[in-house]
Design a protein around this ligand. Structure first.
Ligand code: AMP
Length: 355
């Protein structure tokens, strides 16, 4: 029995991959209708801070993993003495806080956008004087899909931007990042087993619309040298984090040809959904293999691919995709469509053109 903290679509696809290998899953989530809870063998519906529920969950499972990086650290620390928690709480701590994350990446000798930790409008003014504009102010914690982010240009009033970011009300402050003039955004998904063996998928390109991933293009159309650098960065980070599980590393390829890490996620990632249809071992199966101490298997792809997210009412066109013989449709079972909500995705495969 694999315990999964979080009940979203990443958990759902992990449950499916686990079932294929004969495993059962127990999902710990916030509502019985969450995508993963719908199909798991068992679910616990309780706040992540409910230690009694965590204890019962730990007693029922053989290993705990997660599909959502904002699980309270205290919950993982509560579980860790009782049951193997993969990835570890320390890796999660780094990924949960943009300042810790950038400090960690920098300490590993890997480039990020220039950044400053900010705790108020006065520090914001000082950091703007150093980094210049355009720049992006992000809350240090709990931001995703562009939430909690404000772009500052030369004519932006820093006090207004500080207010808009919501950082004043958020715990953990904010970070100001210099704007990266990027040619494209890419990601690498890596995995590491309990024995330290690591593997990764080919770097992919990610195109965003309204700050949300819209399309992933496989492979990223970048040189072999850049692909090797991106892959090496992902392997260094997963080793440094001593993580057992799956790590997604999002990166910018700057217009001057450098790679800068934007952020990391210690879990399967939207930019790896194509692996379900194009690889012998998907990112979800890779997570199952890693946390269960199994051989990681092959991350080679059988085909090139394009993955498109179905966001909000774009999912209403699902029957069109069923009518497209080349489209592989995945719907997450979310009862309610909301703008910006990830409802499903479609993958198209094409014969593999390059190594
Ligand atoms: P994030 O939530 O940090 O992944 O940011 C969401 C998106 O905003 C990224 O995928 C980029 O498209 C854009 N973005 C974030 N940070 C920067 C930056 N420092 N420079 C340029 N674009 C950025």
């Amino acid at each position: 029995m694999i315990g999964i903290l979080g009940g979203g679509q990443l958990g759902r696809m992990t449950v499916i991959a686990a079932a294929r290998l004969g495993y059962r899953c127990h999902v710990f989530c916030q509502s019985p209708d969450e995508p993963a809870a719908q199909i798991a063998t068992r679910s616990t519906v309780a706040p992540f801070t409910d230690t009694n529920a965590l204890d019962r969950f730990a007693a029922d499972v053989d290993v705990v993993t997660l599909e959502f990086e904002n699980i309270p650290l205290a919950s993982l620390e509560h579980l860790a003495p009782q049951i193997a928690v993969r990835p570890n709480a320390a890796a999660l701590a780094v990924a949960q806080d943009r300042i810790k994350e950038k400090d960690f990446i920098t300490a590993a000798g890997i480039a990020t956008a220039p950044y400053r930790a900010i705790n108020g409008p006065a520090e914001l003014r000082a950091a703007l004087a150093e980094l210049g504009t355009p720049a992006i102010l992000k809350t240090a914690r709990l931001g995703y899909d562009g939430k909690g982010q404000v772009r500052l240009d030369a004519d932006t009033d820093p006090d207004t931007a500080w207010g808009q970011s919501g950082a004043g009300d958020a715990t953990g402050g904010a970070v100001l990042e210099g704007f990266v003039d990027f040619e494209r955004e890419i990601s690498v998904i890596a995995a590491r087993g309990a024995d330290g063996a690591a593997t990764s998928y080919v770097p992919v390109e990610n195109r965003h619309a309204n700050h949300i991933l819209d399309q992933t293009i496989v492979p990223a159309p970048i040189s072999n040298a850049l692909a090797a650098t991106a892959t090496d960065i992902a392997h260094r980070l997963i080793a440094d984090l001593q993580m057992v599980g799956v790590l997604a590393v999002e990166m910018f390829v700057s217009t001057d040809g450098n790679i800068l890490v934007n952020e990391i996620a210690p879990r399967p990632h939207n930019s790896g959904h194509w692996t379900i249809d194009a690889c012998a071992v998907s990112q979800f199966e890779l997570l199952v293999r890693a946390v269960c101490g199994l051989p990681l298997g092959s991350t080679e792809r059988d085909a090139d691919a394009i993955m498109k997210n179905l966001i909000g009412d774009a999912a209403d066109d699902w029957q069109t995709y069923l009518g497209d013989p080349a489209a592989r449709l995945h719907l997450y079972g979310k009862a309610e469509t909301r703008p910006g909500r990830k409802m499903g995705h479609v993958t198209w495969l094409a014969p593999r053109k390059q190594s």
